[in-house]
Structures are given as C-alpha cells and as structure tokens.
Design a binder for this molecule. Structure first.
Ligand code: PMP
Length: 300
C-alpha cells in the first residue's frame, strides 16, 4: 500500500501530493514546520510540537488556517490511514501560493501538508561508539535576523553547516553563535556533562541557553526534566569550545536523533572517548518516556 500524504484537507497517494511552484514555501522558504516522532501509537509530545509550530507561525505573522485540535486530528488520521505505529511526522505550513513578488498578502491561504514516514539519521553503531563532530565556519542565525527559535522552512544556514561538517569528514557539525559561543548542531541541541571533583564526582549537566542561538528543542526540554527527576543538577550556561573539549561527556538531542553521544570534537577526545555513564542513563530514561508520554491513537 502506497502511503498517503495530507495536503490542504485531503489525502493523496505519496506520488500525487503536489504543490504549486508559486508556493512561497518553495520560492522563499516562507513557512514553518515540525518534526514529530511516534512510538507504538503514541505521538510523543504532540501538544508541545503544536505549541511550537503555532509560536513559529505567530512570529512570522502567518495565520494558521486550522485549530490545534484540527491539526492533531489530521496528524492522527494520516497515521491511521497509513497504519503506522512508529513513524516520523513532518508537518509543514507555508505562506501559500502567491505571485513572484515577496508580498505575503497576495498568498490567499497557507498550504498545509503532513507526511508520515520513517527517518534514520545515524546507524545504531554510532549510538554505541559515539559521534565525531567538527565546528564549522558558518555561524548560527542571529536572533535579530531570523530568530533560531523559529522553526522556519529556511534551513539554508544549517544546510551549509552540514555540508561543511561533511566536507570535514563528520556526520554532524557544531555551530557557534556570532559571539563565538556554542549554539547547537545542525539539527540537534547540545549538552555536556562535567563531573565535579574529577571523574568520580557528582555530574553537572550543562546546555547553552536558547537565547544564544538555538532552537528550543523538545527533546532538550525532556532531557532537562528527566535529569532533574533523577536529581542530576542541570544548568543553562554560556559555553565555549574549550568547555566542550574538557567535558566528561557530550551528547546531542533531537526528535530524529533522540540522544546521541559525541566522543570527539575538532580532533579533541571527549572524556574517555566513549559514550559516558550519564548519557546512557538519560538515553535509557528518554526511551522509557517515549513509551509513556504522548497522544495515543488506535489502528483498526
Ligand atoms: N536544533 C535544530 C536546528 C533543529 O532543527 C532541531 C530539530 N530537528 C533541534 C535542535 C532539536 O529539536 P527537537 O528536540 O524539538 O527535535
């Protein structure tokens, strides 16, 4: 059975879901999106993703053509139609079809589409061994320009960073902000663990505050809450590359990647050069949470 895609209120077979070349999402990257995961018929943190989608749209002055409830129903109906129990969902809302000018006022109504599919960013072996990443010259978007808190369709900045990372032989790239502080990776937030008083000490979990130039990741927030639950101290702190190089553990978080350890940054070995204990504890707790927290649906 060919999967169907939701497009503006109807479902089409994957190869027939088409949008106009005059859509401003395509012409100008004028739109917003979300990536959401489904685990065993539980749409993980769906409400949080919809809240962020609505906030992104509000900031770019895009009036959503439906309610959150309607969006939730459309997402679940798409999953049901495709009989998916585990999936990666991409929700996209563009400014809609306009003319060749920039003026969004000429776009009569936003285009909405929902794709349910699978995504594998990294092979299993990398979760066991850990990732090697590199800092790239492209800096994260300035908050005064397209604020990185907006999950906009304009990902060129991140794509350039990704290409630069791959050119340097790495699957993921670290972006600094314009001041040289650690921001995030191309599609993931970053955390470090620093053991107080040496390797046997009490772990402190650190992540940059989002105002320095990161997306307010939903996985990031889940990890912060899990850590606090486990009485692991967490702080949002301004971080430099030096801080990361001297961390005991580093890991990335994101909807697609979940929690992935980092063992080398710019040629420096991180901690023991293998995924750390705290990362393992958080990853396990995160997996458990994905089985409990979300909007449930049934497949007939
Ligand atoms: N940063 C960027 C730039 C992202 O695109 C994403 C989402 N892939 C993240 C961080 C992680 O956010 P979330 O945990 O909400 O997926």
């Amino acid at each position: 059975m060919e999967p169907v895609v939701y497009l503006n209120g109807k479902w089409y077979p994957k190869n027939e879901a088409k949008i106009s070349v005059f859509d401003h999402g395509l012409l100008y990257g004028d739109g917003v999106f979300e990536g959401i995961r489904v685990y065993q018929c539980l749409v993980f943190k769906l409400r949080e993703h919809l809240d962020r989608l609505w906030e992104s749209a509000h900031t770019i002055l895009l009036k959503m053509p439906m309610t959150k409830k309607e969006m939730e129903e459309a997402i679940i109906e798409t999953l049901r139609k495709n009989q998916f129990r585990d999936s990666y969902i991409r929700v996209v809302v563009t400014r809609g079809v306009g003319d060749l000018g920039l003026d969004p006022a000429l776009c009569r109504r936003p285009t909405v589409f929902i794709i349910t599919d699978k995504i594998t960013l990294y092979p299993d072996s990398l979760y066991q061994k850990g990732l090697k990443i590199v800092t790239v010259p492209t800096v994260r978007n300035l908050p005064e320009a397209v604020n990185p808190s907006i999950k906009s369709l304009n990902y060129l900045n991140n794509i350039l960073a990704k290409i630069e990372g791959k050119n340097a032989g790495c699957k993921e790239a670290l972006l600094l902000n314009h001041q040289g502080y650690v921001a995030e990776c191309t599609g993931d937030n970053i955390f470090m663990v620093k053991n107080q008083n040496g390797t046997q000490g009490v772990p402190l979990l650190l992540t940059p505050p989002v105002y320095l130039g990161a997306l307010k990741g939903i996985t990031r927030q889940a990890i912060i809450e899990i850590a606090r639950d486990k009485k692991i101290a967490v702080e949002e702190r301004i971080l430099t590359r030096h801080d990361l190089f001297n961390a005991d553990e580093v890991f990335l978080t994101g909807t697609a990647a979940e929690v992935i350890p980092v063992v080398n940054i710019d040629g420096r070995t991180i901690g023991a050069g293998k995924p750390g204990k705290v990362t393992g504890v958080l990853l396990k707790a995160f997996h458990a949470l994905t089985r409990q927290d979300g909007v449930k649906y049934q497949i007939n």
